[in-house]
Write a protein that binds this ligand. Structure first.
Ligand code: CO8
Length: 259
């Protein structure tokens, strides 16, 4: 990852790619060059057969304090609409491998939305989430009004988005937006540990599980169940299914190959 300026990329465990947002002077405010690097790193990990899961994190002070207000403030409609401003900011959602967002510190505006695009959010005890866009004369633009409302419910999302108030890791945990909360200094290690656990399973089954969960969000329950069953059936064509079930019957650890 030596070619990146605003992120740091590493391999902290077998099968895991860790992407650390690294624009400390602006609290990891998201601007186009950072998003371009993030997307590059994510698609690179998605293609890499050695990688089974991805962790995105920031610093202890900030996961990301939102879109870069200084970059945005003078833009006109002709520029933002005409040039599809932030159109590629949700490219993360096209990544097929599981992504864990490990959130310490501020995850505000686009930072909160970036976390909401991940498959799993782990938070540090002192994480601060929020969609403060209303205070800037705009609204969330990358899923805040959509994903947040679906994940924590319309009433809660409306209260947060309309007041712009921050919310805590504890609230996010109670509402089911965050999967687990850890001590700030243990957060990234725990996220990496979970990612490593996921990475040891069949990459085909992992990909299928993520796909079925996400597909279901856009479908009725009946369509979603049908989709799930088809994907479930398809996995019986894999060597990994044979290996996984044979290993259980033979009381040994399965060794998956992605075939
Ligand atoms: N944009 C640009 N610069 C920022 C941002 C930001 N969002 N957040 C912080 N910074 C900069 C500050 O300007 C400051 O720079 P400088 O030292 O040059 O003055 C530096 O980071 C440190 O910040 P503070 O001095 O303010 O640090 P504090 O600890 O006092 O406060 C806060 C931290 C509370 C996080 C504060 O910085 C803050 O309120 N930031 C703005 C939060 C915000 O409103 N975010 C929403 C932005 S709008 C948005 O995200 C729209 C989403 C669009 C889609 C995105 C798709 C992914």
């Amino acid at each position: 990852g030596g070619s990146y300026e605003h992120i740091v990329v590493s391999k902290p465990a077998t099968g895991v790619r860790l992407v650390t947002l690294n624009r400390p002077k602006a609290l990891n405010a998201l601007f186009s060059p950072l998003i371009a690097e993030l997307n590059h790193a994510l698609f690179d990990a998605d293609k890499d057969p050695e990688i089974g899961a991805i962790v995105i994190t920031g610093s202890e002070k900030a996961f990301a304090a939102g879109a870069d207000i200084k970059e945005m403030k003078d833009k006109t409609v002709a520029e933002v609409y005409g040039k599809d401003f932030i159109e590629n900011w949700n490219d993360q959602t096209r990544v097929k491998k599981p992504i864990i967002a490990a959130v310490n510190g501020y995850a505000l505006g686009g930072g909160c939305e970036l976390a909401l695009m991940a498959d799993i959010i782990y938070a540090g005890e002192k994480a601060v989430f929020g969609q403060p866009e209303i205070k800037l004369g705009v609204i969330p633009g990358a899923g805040g009004t959509q994903r947040l409302a679906r994940y924590i419910g319309k009433a809660r999302a409306s209260e947060l988005i309309l007041t712009g108030r921050n919310f805590s890791a504890q609230e996010a945990l109670e509402w089911g937006m965050v999967a687990k909360v850890f001590k700030p200094e243990e957060l990234v290690d725990q996220a990496v540990k979970t990612a490593a656990e996921i990475a040891q399973f069949s990459p085909l089954a992992v990909k299928a599980a993520k796909e079925a969960i996400n597909e279901g969000y856009n479908l009725s329950l009946e369509q979603g169940l049908k989709y799930e069953r088809r994907v479930f059936h398809t996995l019986f064509g894999t060597e990994d299914q044979k290996e996984g079930m044979a290993a259980f019957a033979e009381k040994r650890k399965a060794s998956f190959t992605g075939k």
